[in-house]
Design a protein around this ligand. Structure first.
Ligand SMILES: Cc1cc2nc3c(=O)[nH]c(=O)nc-3n(C[C@H](O)[C@H](O)[C@H](O)COP(=O)(O)O)c2cc1C
Length: 229
């Protein structure tokens, strides 16, 4: 059984465009038998990672000094095998999302490794995560605007030596809807998102073909920049 933990970093939570893209993805994973846990970073009452001394590595291994809602989230993170970071692009991340990422530090084993010229780390033995996925939405026209977020999440996967299942990127995400309803293009994107969920469960990664369909332009750049709003 696949256990999926998704953390949505959008301050707009379930009403946001990130949720519009994340929901069919999680829905399809669930239909295929995965167990889903969805958290909203904005709803969590957690303090920032601010002891500045890596107490959770050196003094109280595996435990943060802060006693807050992260104590309930840590067991969910340990049980998950697929971890989905979902976020709007906020040059680069909403603060709550960054705070959540920092508060994952107790899950890491402080034993650093030096592999091919780069410092690497591993999650502790009781963490099951074996796949990391990104779902990101942006408002600007080009997909390249979201690269910074992809780099951050790919970096987390690569330093912790966890396979990266791929990045579902939806630039100018708001154009998937008109008057509150999915457009025909929006519906096609949702279908591709569902296919990507299948691929992830079947092979552990999403193909570049399907990811490109998800992030394809819904409007020409000329029309986008001359649309008059
Ligand atoms: C503070 C802020 C910064 C943003 N920065 C970017 C950006 O750098 N690139 C981009 O494409 N969109 C940017 N956006 C637009 C959002 O990423 C986009 O509208 C996103 O789909 C919103 O998702 P949500 O409704 O789930 O919050 C920004 C929005 C805000 C509020």
């Amino acid at each position: 059984m696949n256990n999926v933990l998704a953390i949505n970093g959008s301050p707009k939570m379930a009403k946001g465009r990130t949720a519009m893209v994340l929901t069919p993805f999680l829905d399809e994973l669930e239909k295929q038998g995965a167990n889903i846990n969805l958290l909203y970073a904005s709803r969590l009452k957690i303090k920032p990672c601010n002891c500045g001394r890596l107490y959770c590595w050196n003094n109280t291994p595996g435990h943060c000094i802060h006693k807050d809602e992260m104590e309930q989230v840590i067991p969910l993170l340990k049980q998950a095998n697929i971890l989905v970071f979902a976020t709007p692009v906020y040059i680069p991340l909403p603060g709550e999302m960054q705070m959540f990422i920092n508060r994952m530090t107790p899950l890491l084993d402080p034993q650093l490794e030096f592999i091919k010229g780069r410092t690497r780390i591993r999650f502790r033995e009781d963490v099951q995560i074996d796949n990391i996925v990104l779902v990101a939405t942006g408002g600007w026209w080009e997909k390249g605007n979201c690269d910074i977020v992809t780099q951050i999440i790919e970096h987390i996967a690569s330093i912790s030596q966890i396979p990266f299942g791929g990045a579902i990127i939806r630039p100018h995400a708001y154009m998937m809807k008109k008057d509150g309803q999915l457009t025909e293009d929006g519906k096609a994107v949702v279908q591709s998102i569902r296919k990507a969920a299948h691929e992830l469960l079947e092979t552990g990664e999403m193909t570049s073909n399907i990811l490109e369909q998800i992030s394809r332009p819904l409007i020409s750049s000329d029309s986008y920049f001359n649309r008059g709003n």
